[in-house]
Design a protein around this ligand. Structure first.
Ligand SMILES: C[S@@+](CC[C@H](N)C(=O)[O-])C[C@H]1O[C@@H](n2cnc3c(N)ncnc32)[C@H](O)[C@@H]1O
Length: 245
């Protein structure tokens, strides 16, 4: 499938998902406990001196809102107008229009200048990119020397595999109906269908890279959503990969 058609399908999927995204555990911000845990984590990992931030694949603005509230100047980019419309609405309602801008744009090929941002960040994006290695190069390109790229993602295959094994074939077919990307898209996402892990696309010669577990945030969510088939898995675990430019 050619890249443009592929991305169009992905954008359409997220346009549709935007209707319920913020109500889903692990996706939207569902409570002050979650907000507090995320703020604490971001405060720990975002380097001092950071001012200008690019939130790549910003979706409904999960990180955008938190970062704006923390005082950063933020630009959110995403392929999906539906997802970004929600982010825009929340930014306006919270009075952050003076420090947040948005653009519909491909994370793998941004319209940004070289060395533009103190920080390029994303959450739950890498797994859905057809060219994750090249995408990380693009984010490094637009980061200022001395700045950082932070990728927050999980090795979703672990939890997904365990859940799949427990399900009967019929139940699986019922659950999958109308959900998720088409098989063709899945087959073209190296992190979705392959045996590779986020680290395989992030590791690079010549850069200092730190990996920080989201321990408290993950524990809170696992505990809070213990009846959730997916989030109660041991595999429900994320890392922040911090690349110093
Ligand atoms: C799982 S959501 C994560 C949204 C948000 N970062 C968050 O943490 O809630 C994935 C997002 O990535 C966006 N996306 C997928 N492929 C993209 C691409 N190539 N360029 C920009 N955004 C993309 C989708 O539209 C969607 O909003």
């Amino acid at each position: 499938m050619e890249d443009a058609k592929f991305k169009k399908e992905i954008a359409e999927y997220w346009d549709e998902s935007s209707k319920e995204y913020d109500t889903c555990p692990g996706h939207g911000m569902l409570g002050d406990d979650e907000k507090e845990a995320w703020m604490k984590f971001l405060n720990e990992i975002i380097p001092d001196g950071t001012k200008k931030v690019l939130d790549v694949g910003c979706g409904t603005g999960f990180l955008t809102l938190l970062l704006a509230e923390m005082g950063y100047t933020v630009k959110g980019i995403d392929l999906s107008e539906g997802m970004q419309a929600d982010a825009k609405k929340k930014v306006k309602e919270n009075g952050f229009n003076d420090r947040v801008t948005f653009e519909i744009c491909d994370a793998e090929n941004t319209n940004e200048e070289d060395d533009e941002y103190d920080l390029v960040i994303n959450r739950h994006l890498l797994w859905t990119l057809p060219h994750p290695y090249e995408a990380v190069d693009e984010w490094i390109r637009v980061t200022k020397p001395g700045g950082s790229v932070i990728v927050i993602d999980g090795d979703w295959s672990i939890g997904k595999k365990a859940a799949e094994e427990r399900k009967s074939k019929e139940q699986k077919e019922e659950d999958d109906h109308g959900k998720g990307y088409s098989q063709e898209i899945n087959d073209n996402l190296p992190l979705y269908s392959g045996s590779k892990r986020p680290w395989d696309f992030i590791k690079r010669e010549g850069y200092d890279i730190e990996v920080v577990e989201l321990t408290e945030v993950d524990e809170l969510e696992r505990h809070k959503y213990k009846d959730n088939e997916w989030m109660s898995q041991d595999g429900y675990k994320r890392d922040a990969y911090i690349i110093k430019k």
